[in-house]
Write a protein that binds this ligand. Structure first.
Ligand SMILES: *Cc1c(COP(=O)(O)O)cnc(C)c1O
Length: 434
């Protein structure tokens, strides 16, 4: 099936008992055992089924199957937010004294997780000078447990050469973990290019309506944990917390995600609620359709901004002059993402006036909503960083990040135009000319 069909059907068929066509919300904590032996078999992971909703839930399982299919993996784990997904994805390959090698262009909170929280737990994150494979490779050593990147960086808008990064990671015997939140599997499937684990904030384009937090970790099932047993003892040696189970033996290709569920989800419980899973499933039904419109609207808006004398620069991968144009052709089929940045002439002050004058376009720090949104990273998502850290992360003081929604594009442009007008610059814009 194609993505648009998977997004509507995969993981659920008409409920055999009630004939419900919509995915039911299984708002339950626990599930009854047929007998003591049945309960024991469930706890021994000898039979499939549900025990307790901190571990798995039938509504959430539909969402897991659907996103697994969209990304082309073997299995997934839903969690309560994108940040929880990133934390678990990293912890699941880590042990005291190890390191993770990351590109520098990251979502602000991911940077905080990597630069501060993981190190406080004995896991170092080494930030490369750039997203180039050679910059990554020089930092990998025998204590490295993963290479990390965002397929399309938020907010930097850089596009990573996933195939090259996977090649470097695999040559050194470590997996590539990719945050695919900005691109979505509609534009890019990192597993097709060698990624081993894909992480999403479902909060953004996947859910698509700005109503529900959620995250997911998708396991490609391709990384040969068994061949790297010394580096990854957690998958290859008996787990004392799970009566001596060996993940690669019991779960085969799905060892990574099974351990994530039975170690991290079971014991620290960043659970997605069944109602949230239902709402995210509703959103995902239209993700293919929405992303198409997001992309088309963004192209029109980027062209408007580029042609406007009040705008200093537009960082949009769809333009031939973008350093990421070629990678956008290769990885996104030329469909540059609807999240991009631009700068207004007049620096920080003009940027602030513009931001304050926005009407239809909302001032906030979300993205991937049906509504058009604007954010000023330097004063919000990335304000905890030093200016040097900001520069490395692709953030400039005057930079405005836009997440172009699916409203009528003329209405979006009219709002941006009147806000540019309010910056008080002498240049004529669209409204002035018409
Ligand atoms: C929003 C976002 C996250 C965090 O997701 P939450 O669901 O808000 O926790 C992680 N990575 C990227 C790229 C994001 O845009």
């Amino acid at each position: 099936m194609r993505d648009a069909t998977i997004a509507i059907h995969t993981g659920y068929d008409v409920d055999p008992t009630t004939k419900s066509v919509a995915v039911p919300i299984y708002q339950t904590v626990a599930y009854a055992f047929d007998s003591a032996d049945h309960g024991a078999a469930l706890f021994n992971l000898e039979v499939d089924g549900f025990r307790y909703s901190r571990i798995s839930n039938p509504t959430t399982a539909v969402l897991e199957r659907r996103v697994t299919a969209l990304e082309g993996g073997v299995d997934s784990l839903c969690v309560s937010s994108g940040q929880a997904a990133l934390n678990y994805a990293a912890l699941n390959v880590s042990e005291l004294g190890c390191n993770i090698v990351s590109v520098p262009q990251l979502y602000g909170t991911t940077y905080t997780l990597f630069a501060h929280l993981l190190p406080s737990q004995g896991i170092t994150v080494r930030f490369a000078e750039s997203d180039q494979p050679t910059a990554i490779e020089t930092l990998i050593d025998d204590r490295t447990r993963a290479v990390f990147c965002e397929s399309v960086g938020n907010p930097a808008g850089n596009i990573c050469d996933i195939e090259a990064l996977a090649e470097v990671a695999h040559r050194h015997g470590v997996p590539l973990i990719v945050d695919n939140t900005v691109a979505t599997p509609i534009l890019l499937k990192p597993i097709d290019y060698g990624a081993d684990v894909v992480v999403h904030s479902l909060t953004k384009f996947m859910g698509g309506h700005g109503t529900t937090l959620g995250g997911i970790i998708v396991d490609s099932g391709r990384f040969p944990w068994r061949d790297h047993a010394r580096r990854f003892p957690m998958f290859n040696q008996p787990d004392a917390s799970y009566h001596g189970l060996v993940y690669v033996d019991h779960f085969g290709a799905a060892a990574y995600i099974a351990r994530c569920r039975s170690v991290y989800q079971r014991t620290t419980g960043a659970v997605l609620s069944p109602l949230s899973a239902f709402l995210l499933l509703q959103g995902i039904e239209t993700v293919a359709l929405r992303v198409e419109r997001h992309v088309e609207n963004a192209r029109r808006v980027a062209e408007f901004l580029r042609g406007d004398a009040r705008v200093a620069w537009v960082n949009y991968a769809g333009f031939p002059e973008s350093p990421y144009h070629e990678l956008a052709q290769r990885y996104l089929g030329g469909r540059a993402c609807s999240l991009f940045t631009f700068g207004i002439k007049g620096g920080f002050e003009a940027g602030k006036k513009f931001y304050d004058a926005l009407g239809l376009v909302k001032r906030l720090v979300n993205m991937g909503d049906a509504k058009s949104l604007a954010c000023h990273p330097a004063s919000t998502t990335h304000r905890q960083m030093s200016e040097d850290e900001q520069r490395k992360a692709g953030v400039r003081p005057e930079m405005i990040r836009l997440s172009i929604g699916i409203e009528h594009v003329d209405d979006i442009i009219a709002d941006l135009d009147q806000a540019l007008q309010a910056t008080g610059s002498d240049y004529g814009g669209l409204l002035a000319a018409t």
